[in-house]
Design a protein around this ligand. Structure first.
Ligand code: ATP
Length: 437
């Protein structure tokens, strides 16, 4: 099932670090893997959860104007008729008659097969939605779809959220959840997969104010990546030109990141106008308008959408953090993750497994783990333990040594500078907690 994907040398190193340290590995690996499906291991799930938490906090907790939602993956099939996904969520495909490889017609520049030079078939349209059946009978009327985006769950629940929350336009609804697309050309590790997670927010505005809010959200979303420590020179805007712009959108900008395989979209900010609410009003027969009590008028709000991928975002974080340097003739590999999203915030080591050091180190570990994620390691030379934590992206390593037993201090080693400073055990929660919160 797993077609071998070609990846560049940088990605190869990143994929192998992710496997080695338990961030991410192939789905169903013992059966040879399942194409472009990936499982998040112990460190990966922490990292991705931290990315999602950072998004959720920025989008909901720290604001008064955005409500959260967790809608079902399976939705009424009419949702996808209304959204246009049944009719239009398609990619043009061509097959090579010789080597049988399949490509998205819009991504290849030659008329002959890029792999073997063979002749290509005419493009055929291929719907990207996964279909399944609801209930015991596999018949046409039982067909439902795995959602290809989370956004529709927000549109159809516009009034369900509006009423109990007593929000007023402008306000938003945010959601994190799985989406499924039967992509033709998945690849580049977790960049493009068939099952992925989205972090989407739909902001409902008065149509007269759409440009103001569009500009506002562009700035907010750009800054979010900077807050996570992404290097600004690796980010750029891509404006959708006339040919690219979805027919319903008034304006669309992508935030792109410079991966080793080129500049690629990581998030889209779209002015979707009143397209979605209009369509759902038409197809459901329900009034989707907003009632403005002050002006005593009803209207369909415009929607400014911010649509990011949690997996793609996690890849950006990993790729941006990956770092190599030569130290004493050896290559040191580290993930320079922001302490805010690092899976493990600090590791605690006894320098040696004797002289009472493990007892003191265990006590520190037990105390710190009430505050943040810590890891205890007494296996092997301390240098090797540091290296393992460098690869895990752990910002601080705390070592209990002979001096600790005399004056209650430990060494705190910084992942990036490798400098060590001594601190009182009693100050550790504040010292580290202040940086990881
Ligand atoms: P692309 O052109 O890369 O296929 P898109 O324009 O179809 O992306 P959107 O529909 O705007 O993407 O989805 C919003 C976000 O969801 C993307 O910016 C990306 O982060 C994420 N995303 C979309 N498709 C995938 C996928 N197949 N795998 C992982 N993440 C994805």
């Amino acid at each position: 099932m797993a077609k071998k994907q070609s990846i560049d040398p940088f990605m190869e190193k990143l994929v192998s670090l992710c496997k080695r340290r338990g961030f991410i590995f192939q789905s169903s690996e013992i059966y040879g893997g399942l194409g472009s499906c990936w499982d998040y291991g112990p460190l990966g799930v922490e990292l991705k959860n931290n990315v999602k938490r950072a998004w959720w906090e920025a989008m909901t907790h720290r604001r008064d104007d955005i409500e959260g939602l967790d809608a079902a993956i399976l939705m009424h099939p009419k949702v996808w008729e209304a959204s246009g996904h049944i009719a239009g969520f398609t990619d043009p495909l061509v097959d090579c008659k010789q080597c049988k490889h399949r490509f998205r017609a819009d991504t290849i520049e030659t008329e002959k097969c890029p792999d073997c030079g063979g002749e290509l078939t005419e493009p055929r349209m291929f719907n990207l939605m996964f279909k399944t059946f609801m209930g015991p009978v596999e018949e046409e009327s039982a067909v439902i779809y795995m959602r290809p985006e989370t956004a529709q769950g927000i549109y159809v629940n516009f009034h369900n959220v509006l009423q109990p929350s007593r929000q007023k336009v402008p306000f938003g609804i945010a959601q994190i959840g799985k989406a499924f697309r039967n992509e033709i050309t998945p690849g580049n590790f977790i960049f493009r997969t068939r099952e992925f997670e989205q972090m989407e927010m739909q902001y409902f505005v008065n149509p007269a104010e759409d440009q103001k809010w569009f500009d506002y959200w562009k700035e907010q979303r750009w800054n979010w990546y900077l807050e996570l420590g992404i290097r600004p020179e690796k980010l750029r805007w891509h404006e959708h030109g006339k040919g690219e712009l979805a027919h319903y959108a008034k304006a669309a900008y992508d935030i792109e990141y410079e991966f080793s395989f080129g500049w690629k979209e990581i998030e889209g900010i779209h002015n979707r106008t009143d397209f979605d609410l209009t369509r759902h009003a038409e197809h459901s027969g329900k009034d989707m308008r907003y009632f403005d009590q002050e002006k005593n008028e009803k209207y369909l709000p415009y929607i400014i959408e911010t649509s990011a991928g949690a997996d793609r975002g996690t890849l950006v974080i990993l790729a941006d953090a990956y770092f190599e340097e030569e130290v004493k003739g050896e290559t040191r590999v580290a993930l320079r993750l922001s302490p805010k999203i690092a899976p493990i915030k600090a590791a605690v080591f006894p320098l040696v497994k004797k002289d009472g050091m493990p007892e003191v180190a265990t006590k520190i570990y037990q105390d710190l783990k009430k505050h943040f994620k810590v890891f205890y390691d007494d296996g092997g030379a301390v240098g090797r333990r540091y290296r393992r934590m460098d690869e895990a992206g752990t910002p601080f390593c705390l070592t209990v040594d002979g001096q600790t037993l005399e004056d209650d201090t430990v060494t705190v080693r910084d992942r990036d500078s490798m400098e060590q400073t001594r601190h009182k055990i009693g100050e550790l929660v504040e010292l580290i907690g202040g940086k990881v919160g």
